[in-house]
Design a protein around this ligand. Structure first.
Ligand code: FEO
Length: 395
């Protein structure tokens, strides 16, 4: 197959879609699939930038061969060694035995660890360049966006930034490859879910990369997943800037665990009251049903959270504990939070939540509410007060 998808005269998109894999990193749902993006520069020297996940190797190599014909593939630039971008390497090397791999010192530490020692290699450092003939490529060291090996490659001739995982997305590229060929609104949630789930922990590293690239004349952003941006660069740059700074929008995510519906009733009630106060976005999730991936993504963008848990074995409800751990792992800060829940005999869920809120460093708003058995009118009155207090902080 040769789709002949060109980023410029001599630069091609040779990525693949994966609609079969259920979980990215065997953790995060791929309800709408994912694209593994790779790029081929067919200059005097031929250069592949990033590769794809092993299951798509045949299609990938076939497309490279159909573009290059009898020409050899001279270089493979590995911006990031995570196996979704490197597990087709051994097959590539069988097809192109003289292939020289370009990466930094950490790249080769990881590649050697995964696949055995690499002989034909070129180690580059930050700000090094590579001439391919008509084009000049420059390498930028951007560790921890997403792994310590991560670097970006900038084609100075065409102004294309090959950004690795940065600016990436879940969701396949269904015909449309470039931002102006698809509806970005359909990608927004999946770009944010990708950011918050995969890269979000490393916001400071993303900000360092922004500083590094401040004066680079970028005309196109070509990530390893999701759309290529050539018209609306600021659409994705502004969102990444906001997310990596931890800036939020006014809104509340109500997250509850509930065995028999009593805590759920309180969660639904408080969601309605929050909406009545004028909070623009209110979202409610049953933590036992919705995968943490989606909840995490919403909490990433909103300033308010309500955590609701029954007591379970005198402790926090397990699915609530699970999602709060995701917030802790990512060191998510600066949220206004209300805590509610139910108890049957000794309680424990609300107490445990209050402790975790302190550990998170979130600002607890109002009094936490623990209803006995089921919420009564006095508990709902307290929910009214809590929603008003949250609105005062958020709006
Ligand atoms: Fe797309 Fe960090 O790998």
């Amino acid at each position: 197959m040769n789709r002949n998808i060109k980023l410029s005269d001599i630069t091609y998109y040779v990525g693949v879609n994966d609609r079969r894999t259920h979980l990215f990193e065997n953790l995060w749902p791929l309800t709408e699939g994912i694209a593994y993006n790779a790029y081929l520069i067919n200059d005097e020297k031929t250069v592949l930038i990033d590769s794809v996940e092993a299951s798509k190797t045949d299609q990938f190599i076939q497309e490279i061969k159909s573009i290059l014909g009898d020409k050899p593939l001279d270089y493979l630039i590995v911006n990031h060694t995570e196996p979704d971008h490197s597990s087709s390497l051994i097959s590539l090397l069988k097809t192109y035995p003289n292939l020289c791999i370009i990466g930094n010192k950490v790249t080769f530490r990881f590649l050697d660890g995964f696949y055995g020692e690499w002989k034909n290699k070129k180690i580059v450092e930050h700000d090094d360049t590579l001439s391919t003939g008509k084009h000049q490529l420059r390498f930028y060291s951007t560790p921890m966006v997403h792994w310590p090996d991560t670097m970006m490659t900038f084609d100075e001739t065409d102004g294309i930034l090959f950004s690795g995982d940065a600016f990436g997305s879940f969701k396949t590229l269904d015909g449309g490859i470039f931002d102006d060929e698809l509806n970005l609104n359909e990608y927004e949630e999946e770009i944010r879910r990708y950011y918050s789930n995969i890269v979000g922990k490393y916001g400071k590293s993303v900000q360092r990369a922004f500083t590094l690239l401040k004066n680079v004349p970028i005309k196109m952003i070509a990530s390893t997943h999701g759309p290529i941006f050539r018209k609306n660069l600021n659409w994705v740059l502004s969102r990444y800037d906001r997310w990596s700074k931890g800036e939020t929008l006014p809104g509340v995510v109500v997250i509850y665990g509930s065995m028999y519906g009593h805590t759920e009733e309180m969660a639904d009630y408080i969601a309605r009251k929050l909406k009545e106060t004028g909070i623009p976005d209110v979202r409610v999730y049953d933590a036992s049903k919705t995968h943490p991936s989606y909840i995490l993504s919403d909490v990433w963008q909103y300033s308010g959270v309500v955590l609701a848990s029954p007591a379970y074995n005198n402790e926090l409800f397990p699915s609530i504990k699970n999602i709060v751990e995701k917030f802790l792992e990512r060191k998510m800060t600066s949220r206004y939070v209300g805590v509610i829940g139910t108890a049957t005999w000794s309680g424990g869920g609300v107490k445990a939540l209050n402790g975790l809120v302190k550990t998170l460093g979130w600002e607890a708003v109002g009094e936490s509410i623990e209803a006995k058995y089921t919420a009564k009118s006095s508990d709902f009155d307290q929910c009214d007060l809590l929603s008003k207090a949250l609105a005062e902080h958020i709006l």
